[in-house]
Design a binder for this molecule. Structure first.
Ligand code: NAD
Ligand code: IMJ
Length: 255
C-alpha cells in the first residue's frame, strides 16, 4: 500500500475504458484517496459511477479550455483535501477533421484548439496544483503518444500537440523541481478507448505492434495504470521531466 495516506486528482476519465480510469484503479488499489474531474454532462454519470467504485465522492466539473473551471476546481479541491500529492492529466482533443485530412491542411483554429486542450491545459493545471502540494512535493503525470516524435498516419496536429506536451513536461519539471514537484509523462502504446474509436488506421496499428514490438503484443491498459501509479508514488521520487514508454518496447525498433 505505497499510496496509503496519499491523495490526488484524476482528470480525463470519460468511461471505464479510459486510461485515466486504469491509473485511478492502480492508485486506489495501493491506498490513495482520489478526486475526479469530468468534462461535462455527457460523461458525468460515468465518472460518478467510477468515483463511487473507487471510494470517492469528490467529483468536479472541469472543461480545461475554461480558466474559471480550472480555478474553481482547485479552490473546491483545497476545501475538501487541504493538500494533494499527485495530479493525473489524461486529456486530449483535436477536431476530428484534422485527424482525417493531410497535416498541412490544419487550420489556425484546429492547431490552436488541439494545443490548448492537449498541451496548454497541463501548464494551467500545474500552476493551480503545485501550491496545494506540501513541502515534500508531489507528482504531476500526463499521457503522451509516439506520434509526438515520429509521423503516425492520421495523428497529424495531435502529434505536434503531444511534442509540445512532452517539451512542457521538461520545462515544468525544471521550474517546479526546487519544490520537489515532479512532472512526468507516459508515452502509452495504442489502447482501445473513446479517443481511439473511429480513428481510421487504428486497428491496423493494433495489428502492426504484435509483429514488431519486442514483447510481441499490444500493451494492456492496466499496465499503463501501474506505470502511472509508479510515477505518482514515492518509488519514483528521483524521476522528473521524463517520458516513460509503456508500449511493449515498440519505440526502440528501427523498422
Ligand atoms: P478517453 O477518451 O477516455 O480520454 C480523453 C479524455 O479527455 C476524456 O475524458 C475527455 O472528456 C477529456 N477531454 C477532452 N477535451 C476536454 C476538455 N476540453 N476539458 C476536459 N477534458 C477533456 O481516451 P484515452 O485514450 O484514455 O485518452 C487519455 C490520454 O491518453 C490522452 O491524452 C490521449 O492522447 C492519451 N493516449 C491515448 C492512447 C490511446 O491509444 N488511447 C495512447 C497514448 C496516449
Ligand atoms: C488518434 C488519431 C490518429 C491515429 C491514432 C490516434 N493512433 C492512436 C490514436 C494510432 C493510438 C489515439 N491517441 C493516441 C490519441 O491521442 C487520440 C486523440 C484524439 C482522438 C480524437 C477522436 C475523436 C475526436 N477528436 C479526437 N482528438 C484527439 O473528435
Amino acid at each position: 500500500m505505497i499510496m496509503q495516506g496519499k491523495q490526488g486528482l484524476i482528470c480525463g476519465v470519460a468511461n471505464k475504458r479510459s486510461i485515466a480510469h486504469a491509473i485511478a484503479k492502480s492508485l486506489h488499489r495501493e491506498g490513495a484517496e482520489l478526486a475526479f474531474t469530468y468534462q461535462g454532462d455527457a460523461v458525468k454519470k460515468n465518472v460518478q459511477e467510477i468515483a463511487d467504485d473507487l471510494g470517492s465522492d469528490l467529483l468536479f466539473k472541469c472543461d480545461v479550455t475554461k480558466d474559471d473551471d480550472i480555478k474553481k476546481l482547485f479552490h473546491d479541491l483545497k476545501h475538501y483535501m487541504h493538500h494533494i500529492d499527485f495530479v493525473v492529466h489524461s486529456v486530449a482533443f483535436a477536431d476530428k477533421e484534422d485527424l482525417k485530412k493531410d497535416f498541412h491542411r490544419t487550420s489556425r483554429h484546429g492547431f490552436t484548439l488541439a494545443h490548448d486542450i492537449s498541451a496548454y491545459s497541463l501548464i494551467a493545471i500545474a500552476n493551480e496544483a503545485y501550491p496545494l502540494m506540501h513541502l515534500h512535493g508531489g507528482a504531476i503525470l500526463t499521457l503522451s503518444y509516439y506520434g509526438a516524435e515520429k509521423v503516425i498516419p492520421g495523428y497529424n496536429v495531435m502529434g505536434v500537440a503531444k511534442a509540445s506536451l512532452e517539451a512542457s513536461v521538461r520545462y515544468l519539471a525544471a521550474d517546479l523541481g526546487h519544490r520537489q514537484v515532479r512532472v512526468n509523462a507516459i508515452s502509452a502504446g495504442p489502447v482501445n478507448t473513446l479517443a481511439a474509436r473511429g480513428i481510421s488506421g487504428f486497428t491496423k496499428i493494433l495489428d502492426i505492434i504484435p509483429e514488431k514490438a519486442p514483447l510481441r503484443r499490444n500493451v494492456e491498459v492496466d499496465e499503463v495504470g501501474d506505470a502511472g501509479l509508479f510515477l505518482c508514488s514515492p518509488w519514483a521520487t528521483g524521476i522528473t521531466g521524463e517520458t516513460l514508454y509503456v508500449d511493449c518496447g515498440y519505440h526502440v525498433i528501427g523498422m
